[in-house]
Design a protein around this ligand. Structure first.
Ligand SMILES: Nc1ncnc2c1ncn2[C@@H]1O[C@H](COP(=O)(O)OP(=O)(O)OP(=O)(O)O)[C@@H](O)[C@H]1O
Ligand SMILES: [Mg+2]
Length: 238
């Protein structure tokens, strides 16, 4: 038992160092690709742009995988810790929607974002909550039905919390799977068909992040099509 306990910190170090060494080169590749795409180094043709955008998309995906790899390890080890700070959820959501704009267009989806003015700040970790919003929007985009899609994102104040919601009109999740949605590696049969690349880890990690901020994450099946995912976070005391 002692020997096993002694091994754990070493493994944790290996995981975080590996993640670190993978993340930095990926950031550099991303910066260079963006410089080429934005034509900082001279004009490029349409075909070159297409290839570079595809490369950029894949670099982003690799970075997400590296982050997930580190997160999953820490959650499993019950050593996932976050520094909480006041954050403007509306601004973070705007940024993520902006980051997805190319993909949204390519997926033939429209995104609407509704938020009241002067919403108070929430207490959370900005980087991590960004990751949650990214996964929820990415899921809404990935699990759409054929044809045009609509994603409605909203923020509302509810008592001492802010509630985020992301409603889509996609393929939805079957009732029989509801209990498994936040478990590790869960993927519906339909989701595997429509996008084989997912790992089924996003929502599992999202739940840990939200709960560590003192919040809650849940979902409902819409009456007509698709799902609505919600999370709530406590308003920061200032
Ligand atoms: N908006 C949605 N519409 C339909 N199914 C969804 C939606 N969000 C999640 N799901 C289902 O829940 C599963 C788990 O989602 P989760 O985000 O954890 O994993 P993933 O998207 O498959 O992979 P990744 O680890 O890259 O996020 C999905 O594979 C899909 O079956
Ligand atoms: Mg996902």
């Amino acid at each position: 038992m002692l020997a096993k306990d002694k091994e754990k910190p070493k493994l944790a170090e290996v995981v975080s160092i590996t993640a670190h060494y993978l993340r930095n080169p990926l950031t550099i590749i991303r910066t260079y690709l963006e410089a080429l795409i934005f034509e900082d180094l001279g004009k490029i043709n349409q075909k070159q742009k297409e290839y570079l955008l595809d490369a950029l998309e894949n670099v982003k995906r690799m970075k997400e995988t590296v982050n997930q790899f580190l997160d999953i390890f820490l959650v499993e080890e019950k050593r996932y810790k976050m520094i909480l700070e006041p954050a403007v959820l509306g601004d973070l959501t705007d940024e993520v929607i902006g980051d997805f704009s190319l993909l949204t267009k390519a997926s033939n989806c429209e995104v609407f974002f509704r938020k009241p003015k002067n919403l108070p700040k929430v207490l959370t970790n900005q980087l991590k909550i960004r990751q949650v919003i990214e996964n929820l929007i990415s899921n809404a985009l990935k699990y759409k039905r054929i044809g045009r899609g609509k994603i409605e994102i909203a923020l509302v104040k509810s008592g001492k919390n802010i509630v985020f919601s992301c409603k889509d009109d996609g393929i939805g999740i079957p009732h029989k799977d509801f209990k498994k949605v936040f478990t590790k590696f869960y993927r519906s049969e339909q989701a595997i068909e429509s996008d084989p690349s997912g790992a089924g880890l996003g929502l599992y990690i999202n739940k840990a992040i939200i709960e560590l901020s003192g919040g809650k994450i849940w979902f409902k099946k819409n009456k007509d099509f698709g799902m609505t995912f919600y999370f709530r976070l406590p308003i920061a005391q200032v």
